[in-house]
Structure formats: C-alpha cells, structure tokens
Design a binder for this molecule. Structure first.
Ligand code: NAG
Ligand code: NAG
Ligand code: NAG
Ligand code: NAG
Ligand code: NAG
Ligand code: NAG
Ligand code: NAG
Length: 497
C-alpha cells in the first residue's frame, strides 16, 4: 500500500514531520522533503528573513510587444471537452529573453458579462505545484478530467461564473513553464517567483489590453499563502514607484494558507490531537520538546514525537482527514459516473490528460518539446532559496493600503488546518468588527466567519479539505462571489442567498 499521491502534492516547506517519513514511489516528494527539512535544520541554507522585492530587476526591458499573440493563444476546443460558450486561451509569456524562460498560462473568460466582471488570478502552492493541475482541473476551473484520462466534464460551480479566471504555472519548472537555462531550476525561491509573476502579469496585460484597468484580484491556497501576498506587495510597490495605478489590484484571498511558521506548525499538531489522529501524549511531547519559533536545534525528543505523528498519518489523506484514498491508479476505458465531489484518483486522470500530445497541441503548450513529462508538482525544481517564516507583515501592509483581504479555511484539512490559521490571525491583533457567526448558503451553514476592522474577513468552509473548491464547490463559489462583490457572507438562514 502506498500513500495516496493526492495527499502529498501540496507539501509545503514547513513540516509536519521535521523528519519526514519515507514515502514510496514519489520523486517529487523527495525533492520537497529536502526543502522541508532544510527550513528547520541546523545548517539551513534557506533565507527566512522578511520578504523584500527584488530591486535589481529593471522592468522596462522585461515588457515586450504582444501584438497578435492573443489571437494565436485562442483555444478552439480542448480534446474531449463538452460544448461551452465562453472563450479559452492558453500559451506562453516570455519572462526572461536572455535565459529563455517562459511561463504557461490558461485563461477562461466568464460565462457572461466578461466585459464587466473582474479579472482573477488563481495560484496553487507547493512550492512547485501547478495551478493547471489543481486550480484549473480539480478546483475552480470550468472542466474536470474523467477517469478515462481523455475526456472532460463540466464543473457546475466554476469560478468563471464570477470572474474572468487566469491560471498560471509558476515558477519556471512547474508544469509547462520552463527555462532554457537549467540552472534557473536551482535558484528558485519566494522573491524570484514574485518578481517573475509580476513580469508575467505585465506582459499578459499587454497581450490582453482590455483587462488592463479591470478590477484585479489574486486568490490561491496552501503555499500560495506566500505567493499571493508577495505578488500583491510587488504590485503595490510598482504602482507607488510610478505614482499611478499600473495594475488595478483590489484584493486578495488565500485559503488553508501557509502564513506563519510557528503558529501553522503548532496549529497542525493541535488539530491532529483534537481530531483523534495523534495521542494526547504525543501532542504533549510536541508542545514540550519542539520549538517552532526556532529555525535550528530541534531536540531528539521533538523528532521522536514527530515520527510518532508520521506513523499515525502515513496512510491518511492528511489534506482531507475524512476523504477516501485512491486505491487503484488505473484509468478506466469509459468515464466513471461523476459527482460534485472530487474523485480521489483525479491526480492520475489529470497526469494522463496533460501528457497527451493532442491536449498539449490544443493548449499551445510544450512547444519547445521539453525533456521531462508534465507533472502536477515539479520534479525538476531542485532548490528553494528563500521563504520567510511569516507573511503577517505583508498582510498588514495590504490592509493598510486599502486592499480587501479574505482568509478562508476548509475545516477538515489536517495539513494547514483551521487551528493554525486562527492562531496566526490572533497574532495579527486586529480589532473585531463582526464577531464569529455561522454563514449560510441555501438554508444550511456553509461555515463560520469573523470580520476584522480594516478589511479582513476570515471564513471557514464546513466539511472542506485543503482544496476547498474540490470538496465543497457550491460553498466555495458562494465565497468567491461574496469576496468579489465585497458583501459579507450571509448571516441569515434565508434560502437562496
Ligand atoms: C528556448 O529554447 C528553444 C529552443 O532553442 C526556443 O525555441 C525557445 O524560443 C526558447 N525559449 C525562450 C523563452 O526563449
Ligand atoms: C503623483 O500624482 C498625483 C496626481 O496625479 C500628483 O498630484 C502628485 O504630485 C504626484 N506625486 C509625485 C511624487 O510625483
Ligand atoms: C524558541 O526559540 C527561540 C528562537 O531561537 C527562542 O527565542 C525561544 O526562547 C525558544 N523558546 C523556548 C521555549 O525554548
Ligand atoms: C543550539 O544548541 C546548542 C547546544 O545545546 C546551544 O548552545 C545553542 O545556544 C542553541 N542555539 C539556539 C539558536 O538555540
Ligand atoms: C483497477 O482498475 C482497472 C480499470 O478499471 C481494472 O481493470 C483493474 O482490475 C483494477 N485493479 C484492481 C486491483 O482492482
Ligand atoms: C451539472 O448540472 C447539470 C445540469 O443541471 C447536471 O445534468 C449535471 O449532472 C451536473 N454535474 C454534476 C457533476 O453534478
Ligand atoms: C513535451 O513533449 C515531449 C515530446 O513529445 C515529451 O516527451 C515531454 O514529456 C513533454 N513535456 C511536457 C512538460 O509536456
């Protein structure tokens, strides 16, 4: 028996297990575990200082004419796709001409009112995981892949009912995004990712000029708890420097997000203890012997306790503690019957789909015939140079600049759980505007919410794992609609709100 791959893919730098259990048959996890261990190891090479913009990147030469490229990027139809009325685009945006690096994007316009609805960028985390694999095909995109690995079905709760949605594979080495200078794969990190994402956006807006002044929002989950506020910081920085609104950023939303290492870690163990996954003794030992504020010197008692946690979670899908796991990785000849809730073997279907030649051609992807396969999480990014211990200062900065900040949390994720997020919010010391209340959708509790002064909303999503829109698509669509409209989550039990 092997651990389900879906439970491995979002591993972030910090760790459950300072000393990660050996997991069979998963190359990418080995690479990521190296990063996780690094951050809490005595000889850590990772720069964990506060996020700062890459000042030495001159932007002007990075923005190029994009004439005629939008038309070339138009996707006529994806193989196996049901008919739809909205337009889709996919293609490459050059990030660095000298190195020869380019990021792949997939863009779906809104079902209706595309001229007036906002532009929303969705990012997945990892680091190293693809927004096409998760965001587009398992979470908020218009289609999901059938169990035959070659046909698609509609997601009835796609976020392009609420916005024009852009998915980006970032940094270089993720999915179809690449660099011709292979040493770029050894020099990844938060700062570089944020800088490159900004260059991507500037060029993409040049290619799609009708979106230049559109209200712009960024959303993402997991390690995108770093990417999203960092990109937002860079956007504000460049707007200020130019003394004009270059990108019309209005707000950010992050879910089950890596925010602050020590509270994230402590919150994870407390969640596992209160959900009967680890013993009280183990939880006690973790509290007593581990110091998550320290990036060095964990005691052997701490690592012993952490390996107890490993034993208890190894065969669990820690990203949704109640979800079934995938027990058969084969594709089926005919599509299995689908439901709104995600099939635990979806990773396998998506892996097959994106590695098909006809799919890559339709997407305008892999035009340079890369040597490696398309993977949901990168196997070629070999090093992560910087990752701050906290992004709380960035959240304060965004709020101080009048941006809307929503933080949501699927309440059955055991990896970046709601407990940790609550501890991180407490650390922010924001005054409360609306105290904790149940929010409703179609007469049922969708989750709980608390609103803070200054523009921050915290919302839980009931019975959702790490990938909230995969497990609670209707609740997630309601969440994004209220976020984009700037309206509070419904406090009353009225039907149809
Ligand atoms: C990378 O190299 C290939 C092959 O030489 C070339 O076709 C492609 O344009 C290069 N990519 C970039 C972004 O320059
Ligand atoms: C920035 O722009 C505003 C209005 O466009 C102008 O009043 C102000 O003087 C400018 N500030 C600087 C430092 O150029
Ligand atoms: C944890 O580590 C930090 C940073 O090294 C240190 O300041 C703090 O005193 C430690 N806490 C405990 C309880 O040892
Ligand atoms: C690490 O442990 C050594 C030996 O126990 C101790 O001297 C040192 O102060 C510790 N460093 C930190 C940062 O806690
Ligand atoms: C796995 O699924 C495939 C395709 O449906 C089927 O042919 C095969 O028998 C299954 N294997 C097991 C061990 O159930
Ligand atoms: C989506 O909605 C259509 C029309 O109501 C329905 O036929 C279909 O089964 C739904 N899809 C899923 C996955 O539930
Ligand atoms: C790109 O295409 C080549 C040649 O068809 C294939 O071997 C490789 O797996 C593909 N890589 C990606 C990332 O799609």
């Amino acid at each position: 028996m092997s651990k389900p791959s879906s439970s491995l893919v979002h591993l972030s730098i910090l760790i459950v297990t300072l000393f990660v259990a050996e997991i069979h048959g998963s190359k990418q996890i080995k690479a990521l575990n190296k990063l996780q261990k690094s951050k809490y190891s005595t000889n850590s090479q990772i720069d964990t200082s506060h996020f700062k913009i890459h000042e030495n990147i001159a932007l002007d030469p990075m923005v190029h004419s994009q004439d005629g490229m939008k038309e070339k990027d138009k996707i006529e139809k994806l193989p196996g796709q049901p008919n739809v009325k909205f337009s889709q685009y996919g293609g490459y945006v050059t990030i660095d001409k000298i190195a020869g690096s380019a990021f792949y994007y997939y863009f779906v316009e809104a079902h209706h009112s595309k001229e007036t609805l906002p532009l929303l960028l969705w990012l997945n985390g990892g680091p190293g995981c693809s927004s096409l694999a998760y965001g587009a095909m398992q979470e908020v995109g218009p289609f999901r892949v059938n169990s035959d690995g070659k046909t698609l079905y509609k997601n009835n709760y796609s976020w392009n009912y609420a916005a024009n949605v852009l998915f980006l594979e970032s940094p270089a080495g993720v999915g179809f995004s690449y660099s011709n200078k292979s040493s770029d794969y050894d020099t990844s990190g938060d700062r570089r990712t944020a800088a490159d994402n900004y260059i991507f956006l500037m060029n993409w807006l040049e290619r799609f000029p009708e979106y230049k002044n559109r209200d712009f929002y960024i959303a993402g989950e997991s390690y995108a708890g770093h990417y999203v506020p960092q990109l937002a910081h860079n956007i504000l920085h460049h707007n200020k420097k130019a003394n004009r609104t270059i990108i019309n950023l209005k707000g950010i939303m992050i879910g089950n997000a890596v925010i602050n290492d020590d509270t994230d870690e402590q919150g994870m163990y407390d969640f596992l203890a209160t959900h009967a996954i680890i013993s009280d003794q183990t939880a006690y030992n973790i509290k007593k012997f581990c110091n998550f504020s320290s990036t060095s010197n964990q005691t052997t008692e701490c690592s012993d306790a952490a390996s107890e946690v490993d034993k208890n979670t190894l065969f669990l899908d820690i990203y949704n503690i109640y979800a079934p796991v995938c027990t058969n990785h084969s594709l089926t000849n005919r599509p299995k019957k689908v439901s709104d809730v995600l099939d635990p073997c979806s990773d396998d279907y998506i892996q097959a789909y994106f590695n098909r030649g006809d799919v890559q051609e339709a997407l305008h992807a892999n035009v340079t015939k890369l040597e490696h396969d398309w993977e949901a999480c990168s196997t070629i990014i070999s090093n992560w140079g910087d990752s701050p211990t906290t992004i709380i200062p960035l959240l304060h900065e965004l709020l101080n600049n009048g941006l809307r900040v929503w933080i949501f949390s699927g309440d059955i994720d055991g990896r970046v759980p709601v407990t940790g997020t609550k501890y991180s919010l407490k650390k922010m010391k924001l005054p409360i505007e609306t105290t904790w209340y149940p929010w409703f959708i179609k007469g049922e509790i969708g989750g709980y919410a608390e609103v803070y002064k200054g523009g921050l909303t915290f919302a839980t999503v009931r019975e959702a794992g790490h990938q909230v829109p995969s497990y609670q698509p209707a609740r997630a669509l309601s969440l994004i609609m209220h976020f984009l409209n700037g309206t509070p989550l419904p406090i009353t039990q009225r039907l149809y709100n």
